[in-house]
Design a binder for this molecule. Structure first.
Ligand code: ADP
Ligand code: MG
Length: 392
């Protein structure tokens, strides 16, 4: 049975005063697939280990299903929490055959031996390892070892599955296939899943809900679409994929619009004409802002039509099968990357760029100045999410 999770005001300080989690609160619905996303060191593993019971909380409460498992002095040990885990490094027993590694998860079940054996074999078949059941882990590839770990996590039918970057040690093509398998198998099991990754494309692909962690704080929790179209902070926008950034001056705010859009003037910016962008803050007219542009918020065209917001010079073009990905230099404003078009613009050409408010987010310049330290890992999957590396 799928478990709900309630994490309330959880903090974790490691010995030595290292504050890894600060006041994290989060509710996970039973049966949902939640991905915790954040850069290295943001506290993902710590939160997962607190959930699993491997770490003790410094403050806060964790409830799994109807049971409070961590609070003040209360600490329910991992094996009493009805959950299973999948780790980045597989964590298989080297001296046990594949079938025994998987059957190990059933040692506490009340199943009779033949039933446990049958269930183990069925699960191995399910993950495509039926014929490798008698091998040892060191006789398997990385992908096969991770399948064993997945089978071990699924076989006992726990209501909660925790995954700590299970795909990080796999090659790019295998990673994509395993991602689809994990998604299908975990969802089929009906368990609630909490999955952590630093790869934004993986998070967007897998999650029902994404929780974004920055320096031990949960900065946004929502559906992937929400995170992408309504990033709560500049950090969230940057970590989930931008073409680039433009310094702008906010000319005014449209009170009537549901989006609370602003008009952006061209003073001090590369903009030839005002454009609109989404914002979650109230502005005083004339405020300095930073326009964060998603790859979905920018369209490439000629300059003859005259409907463009800015012009730039094509620095690079890459054929991507379903289109052409351009890098465009904006005089005085650096480079925009990941600019897709169905046609190839030539290097050195002057082009016009039209901005689409749905993919443009404006934040106060002061707020946007923080969080630049958050380097985004380049993703192997989907250039839409690839950040402009040269800006960091
Ligand atoms: P992530 O999984 O997002 O990379 P971690 O949860 O592993 O982040 O780490 C969060 C912070 O806690 C980091 O600053 C890390 O150095 C620190 N940390 C992690 N484990 C320990 C530990 N056992 N002792 C002290 N500090 C730790
Ligand atoms: Mg980690």
């Amino acid at each position: 049975m799928a478990e709900s999770i309630s994490i309330e005001a959880v903090s974790k300080e490691y010995p030595g005063g290292n504050l890894a989690l600060t006041d994290v609160s989060l509710v996970v619905e039973p049966g949902s697939f939640v991905v915790l996303l954040g850069p290295s060191g943001s506290g993902k593993t710590t939160l997962l280990r607190c959930l699993a019971g491997i770490e003790r909380l410094t403050a806060g409460t964790i409830t799994i299903g109807a049971t409070t498992v961590a609070h003040d002095r209360l600490h329910v040990p991992p094996d009493k929490r009805n959950l299973s885990m999948v780790f980045q490094d597989y964590a298989l027993w080297p001296h046990l055959r594949v079938r025994d590694n998987v059957a190990f998860a059933l040692r506490r079940s009340k199943l009779a031996k033949p039933d446990a054996r049958a269930r183990t074999q069925a699960m191995l078949e399910r993950v495509g390892l039926g014929r490798l059941a008698d091998r040892y882990p060191n006789e398997l590839s990385g992908g096969e070892q991770q399948r064993v770990a997945l089978a071990r996590a699924l076989v006992a039918g726990t209501g909660l599955i925790l995954c700590d970057e299970p795909l990080s040690n796999l090659d790019a093509d295998l990673r994509e296939r395993m991602r689809v398998e994990i998604s299908a198998l975990v969802r089929e099991s009906g368990a609630t899943a909490v999955y952590i990754t630093h790869d934004q494309a993986e998070a967007f692909a897998l999650a029902d809900q994404i929780g974004l962690l920055q320096n031990g704080r949960l900065v946004q929790f929502g559906r992937p679409e929400q995170i992408y179209t309504e990033p709560a902070t500049p950090f969230v926008a940057r970590f989930t994929g931008l073409s680039g950034e433009l310094a702008v001056r906010v000319a005014g705010q449209d009170a009537a619009s549901a989006d609370s859009t602003v008009e952006i003037g061209h003073d001090g910016s590369a903009l030839l004409r005002p454009c609109r962008a989404r914002t979650s803050v109230s502005w005083a007219a004339g405020g300095d802002g930073v326009l964060l542009v998603r790859p979905t918020g920018i369209h490439l065209g000629g300059i003859s039509a005259g409907d463009h917001h800015l012009t730039g010079t094509v620095a690079d073009v890459a054929f991507r099968g379903r289109g052409y990905e351009h890098a465009i230099d904006i005089s005085g404003h650096g480079r925009l990357t990941g600019v897709f078009a169905p046609f190839r613009a030539q290097r050195g050409d002057t082009v016009g760029l039209r901005l689409d408010p749905a993919g443009c987010h404006v934040f106060p310049a002061a707020a946007a100045a923080n969080g630049h330290a958050a380097r985004v890992p380049m993703s192997d999957v989907g250039p839409e999410f690839a950040p402009p590396a040269q800006q960091y």
